[in-house]
Design a protein around this ligand. Sequence first.
Ligand code: HEC
Length: 160
Amino acid sequence: MRLTPSLFALLALFVGAAACAGGTSQEPPAVDLSNVPRWDVPLDVPDEEKSRVNPIPSDPESLEQGRVLFNSQCSMCHGEAGDGTGDLVARLDLQMPDLTEAQLQEARSDGEWYFVIAFGHGRMPGDESSKFTDKWKWDLVNHMRALRDRASDERLPAGA
Ligand code: HEC
């Protein structure tokens, strides 16, 4: 079907209205860290992506690849330690998660983090140009898991 200009305008209006009604835009909402801990705020990731299983074992090769990628592509925001203290944070006025936190690590699945790397979230840019292979994205996930601050495990609620 060819869309006539007026039909197209109508369609655009309709889509626009639907987006407003849902209160959503193309960008997933940034997580509001003002009054709730970040791990209590779910990421905007489809359920089937959350349950995706990490196929790449966290072996020395994967961890090394993940480290190199993270330190070159992510640390300007997340900091090399993953604690959210990269050089760009103040400059861009970003609200950064602390990826090392045990509670955040427990709250998120590998599939969820993989999805965020691929598609971004809030003000976090995604890999739209697909410069990362599938394996590299899992390498990054493996590396972030390795950044977990073991000391923060003590702050996990009992039974977690
Ligand atoms: C321009 C700065 C910036 C860069 C570069 C960046 N991030 Fe992020 N990242 C963010 C921000 C800001 C958030 C929080 C997004 C939100 O609030 O919705 C975030 C969130 C995340 C999360 C979700 C944390 C959670 O709540 O569970 C993961 C995982 C992540 N980033 C991984 C990465 C990886 C891996 C890279 C590199 C490939 C990367 N980021 C590059 C800014 C950045």
